[in-house]
Every structure is written in C-alpha cells, then in structure tokens.
Design a protein around this ligand. Structure first.
Ligand code: AMP
Length: 240
C-alpha cells in the first residue's frame, strides 16, 4: 500500500472511531433508557429508536402490527421477535440512521440480539454495537413507573414523586393534561419485570461477554448519568 493510501486508510479509521455508531441502552423498565437516549440525541444528533414508542405509534395508527401488539403490551408481555425485528429493520433503513442510532428497548431477547449482530456483521463497514446497561433497584423502579406521567403533546416525562409538574396533572411546557401509560400500573409492571428477568437479562450477559459493554448506576441526576454514558461510549469506541 502506498504512503498516500495508508494515510487515507488511517484517516478513515480515525473517522470511524469518532462516529457514535449503533448504541444499545439496556436495562429494566423505568431505569431511564428513554430519558438518557434523549440526552444522547441532543449531543450526537443521531436518532433514538425506541421499539416501545414505535409499537405504541402502530397501536395508535391501528396498523396490523399495532392491532396484534396492543393486548400483548397491555399484559406486559413481549411482542413476538419476528414482528419487532421486521419493524426495526425498516427503521434502520431510514437515512437518519447512517451515522449511528440509539436503540432503546431493543434487543429484549437473545433472538433479537443475534438477529441484530448478524445484520451488522453482514453490513460492510458497519461499526459493532456498544452496549450500556443502566442499573436501578426494584423499589425505585416501581416508584418511577407508577409515578410516571407523560405529556401527550411534547412527550415530556414527569414523575409525581420525584419530578412533579408546577400545576398538578398538566405539562409545564404545553399545558396539556398529562397521561399515564396503560402498562405503567403496578400489576403490569410486575409482569414486565418478570419478562425482563427471564428474557432480557440474558441479553445483558450476551453483550457483557462480547466486550464493548459498560454498566452505569441509574440512580443519580440525569446529567451525571448521561456524562458517564458518553464517556463509556467514547472509551469503548476507541478501544475498537
Ligand atoms: P417500553 O416502552 O420499552 O417499556 O415497551 C413497552 C412494551 O412494548 C413492552 O412491555 C413490550 O410489550 C413491547 N416492546 C417494546 N420493545 C420490545 C421488544 N424489543 N421486543 C418485544 N416487545 C417489545
């Protein structure tokens, strides 16, 4: 290889290492994956791809997928892998995902993880995933989930216990009446945690074993956690 070609190749390699690439945010329901994803979106300008949000949009639009998913989500169970993978595949093809993306709530099973790994392995030049698992204890999660309220207009997330609005029940930004997700009840939370322990915990171990994996304590201020995630992603990317 000529010196010029080697320099070009080196430049490309350096550029690749500065790209955020695919980032996975892992963790139980309520650990703050969505909140953290929004922080990373602001920083890197890559999209947040939340399978929960995509599924809820399908439910709202009454699509075939939405009609199948509605009851499953309501019970706190997982939507079949093949349907979720297909939905993610379509989303990853959109142009905004070229430099990278933050997957929030996916993969949630080993089948989904292996599907994603194989997809990236088959893609020339694709960076491998960097996975960050956010940890919060069970009682905290229960409070976060049952106290969570969402603005239907701007999607701001509040919590009646730890992050209440100025006027109870109404969004500080939009003034709209806040809503509670149907699956944010204690009963459904318990089922979601059961699904997490049985099906998603092995996904965390899968990525821990692969390396390019970090764990962060999610029981701290949002900006402190975000800074730690950013540092971890940058360190793991440089590591190659
Ligand atoms: P979330 O908003 O991430 O808490 O997801 C809400 C619900 O959507 C979950 O309880 C599941 O029923 C469904 N869901 C979201 N992501 C997935 C996924 N990757 N695989 C299967 N079901 C999912």
């Amino acid at each position: 290889m000529s010196a010029l070609m080697a320099a070009v190749e080196q430049g490309r390699e350096a550029e690749r290492k500065t790209l955020p690439g695919p980032i996975l945010l892992l963790g139980a329901p309520g650990v703050g994956k969505g909140t953290q994803a929004k922080e990373l979106v602001k920083l890197w300008g890559i999209p947040q791809i939340s399978t929960g949000d995509l599924l809820r949009a399908n439910v709202a639009d009454g699509t075939t997928l939405g009609r199948t998913a509605k009851e499953i989500i309501g019970r706190g169970e997982l939507v079949p892998d093949v349907l979720v993978n297909e939905m993610v595949a379509a989303r990853l093809l959109e142009p905004d995902a070229v430099r990278g993306y933050i997957l929030d709530g996916f993969p949630r099973t080993l089948v989904q993880a292996c599907w994603l790994d194989a997809r990236l392995a088959a893609q020339v030049g694709a960076l491998p995933v960097v996975a960050v698992s956010i940890q919060v204890n069970y009682n905290q999660l229960l409070r976060r989930i049952t106290g969570r309220r969402i603005c239907p207009v701007c999607q701001s997330i509040y919590n009646i216990y730890v992050n209440p609005t100025k006027k109870e029940g109404f969004c500080d930004v939009e003034g709209a009446e806040l809503i509670q997700r149907d699956d944010d009840t204690e009963e459904v939370f318990k089922e979601r945690m059961r699904a997490y322990a049985a099906l998603t915990s092995p996904v965390v171990e899968h990525y821990r074993d692969q390396g390019r994996f970090a764990e962060v304590d999610g029981d701290r201020p949002i900006e402190v956690i975000a800074a730690e995630i950013v540092a971890a992603v940058e360190r793991l990317r440089l590591q190659g």
